[in-house]
Write a protein that binds this ligand. Structure first.
Ligand code: CP3
Length: 378
């Protein structure tokens, strides 16, 4: 199957976007000085919050993702509670696949499970591409979120990147070592590339739909890319992620890229096109900035020094939130200090505070609130 290119409606996206120009998140993403250090946390909407668990006691995860009122309410819960500078849309990386008609579910305590794993060329070729109309509940949910945000708070839309989505589709569910996925990638590269070509337009469309519904920024989660060597990342993944970032450029909103355990891939993930690079908790932000700026210099030797600067996002270890207020304060200060050092050395242009991966379900919500307060004092 050949896939039609995804057409963008940039004018609609611009007309839906609120005038949040001075929002700290946007200033930091552009490299301007924000009025306070912006902070949000991956997985801030979800199981750490009793008000979320109350809603979810009556409704399944994917049902919640396709119910606009619930989607808006759950997205706004952590923003209200923690005074976050950004909301992350309550959804899941498998939502566009589910919307396109693929038989899958999110099993509590396990994650996404796919009824019929995709392991052949035919199956890859026949993978349906999501249509805009199938994502209508997400569009309506986004409108509800935008009504509930202050002018200085932004909404981040997101999608799973091709490797991470492919891993769920090929394995049939969550995997520790991603061996079936990598086995297929190495032994049948033509099937792999067929699958990547089939997934890329759905990812672009899911992100484009969110941009056209008015989100202020987009994050591409390649959560499991850290399982790849840099060489394999370049060959099997980077071309598709690059295509996705390039397709979104016309919207002119910040594009964020993040993966877990990607210290060795930071440069490669930076050169595929994001404005903001999410860093997991294993690499100090100043080292991350060195890796990112040197990869950008190698990629574009003619480019100006400013063109080599990206905004850093991260990277407190989520487990630090279990260590008590004193440790949280110290570690927040350390992370901010490392980001400030990177900026002072001309290796980065801004800092958006985040965790180095998502909020863990048993985190005390008050510890999260205190961490947000501490960041705002930095
Ligand atoms: O606050 C937020 O970050 C917004 C919502 C969000 C969810 N999933 C909600 C969710 C986001 C951004 C995601 C992305 C996502 N989903 C990723 C990329 C980010 C990452 O963590 O690396 C991945 C790999 C998935 C796939 C997925 N969905 C997993 C691994 C799980 C956890 C399974 C479990 O129960 O342990 C899910 C389910 C999921 N997605 C939950 C939430 C709140 C838990 C569902 C529940 O409450 O029962």
């Amino acid at each position: 199957m050949t896939h039609d290119p995804v057409t963008l409606d940039v004018a609609t996206a611009q007309s839906r976007r609120r005038a949040a120009h001075d929002a700290p998140f946007l200033a930091a993403a552009r490299g301007d000085t924000p009025s306070r250090r912006p902070v949000w946390m991956m997985r801030q909407a979800g199981r750490s919050l009793p008000e979320y668990r109350e809603i979810r006691a009556h409704v399944g995860m994917l049902d919640a993702c396709f119910t606009p009122d619930l989607l808006s309410e759950i997205t706004l819960q952590p923003v209200r509670r923690h005074d976050a500078d950004a909301a992350i849309l309550f959804s899941d990386i498998v939502v566009p696949l589910k919307a396109a008609g693929i038989d899958l579910d999110i099993v509590p305590g396990r994650g996404p499970v796919v009824a019929q794993p995709i392991r052949t060329r035919e199956a890859a070729r026949n993978l349906p591409v999501v249509h805009t109309e199938q994502l209508q509940p997400v569009v309506e949910g986004i409108a509800g979120v935008l009504e509930g945000l202050r002018e200085d708070q932004v909404l981040i839309g997101f999608a799973g990147a091709p490797f991470t989505l492919a891993s769920y589709l090929v394995e049939g569910g969550p995997s520790k070592n991603h061996e079936v996925t990598k086995g297929l990638m190495y032994s049948q590269p033509e099937v792999w590339h067929e699958l990547m070509r089939a997934l890329t337009p759905s990812i672009i469309r899911f992100l484009a739909v969110q941009a056209e519904a008015g989100v202020d920024a987009l994050q591409l989660f390649d959560s499991w890319a850290g399982y790849l060597s840099a060489r394999d990342y370049r060959e099997y993944v980077a071309p598709y992620s690059r295509q996705i970032f390039a397709a979104l450029e016309p919207y002119g909103i910040p594009r964020i890229h993040f993966g877990v355990g990607t210290g060795e891939l930071l440069g490669d993930m930076a050169v595929v096109g994001p404005d903001v690079v999410g860093v997991d908790w294993r690499v100090p932000l100043d080292s991350a900035a060195e890796r990112i700026s040197s990869a950008l210099a190698t990629e574009d030797p003619q480019g100006s020094p400013e063109q080599r600067l990206r905004t850093l996002q991260g990277n407190l270890d989520p487990a630090v939130l279990f260590a008590g207020p004193e440790v949280v304060r110290e570690q927040v200060q350390r992370v901010c200090g490392e980001a400030d050092r990177a900026m002072a050395r001309g290796l980065a242009r801004g800092h958006i505070f985040n965790l180095g991966h998502g909020v863990l379900p048993t985190t005390d919500p008050d510890a999260i609130t205190r961490a947000f307060e501490e960041v705002h004092q930095q």
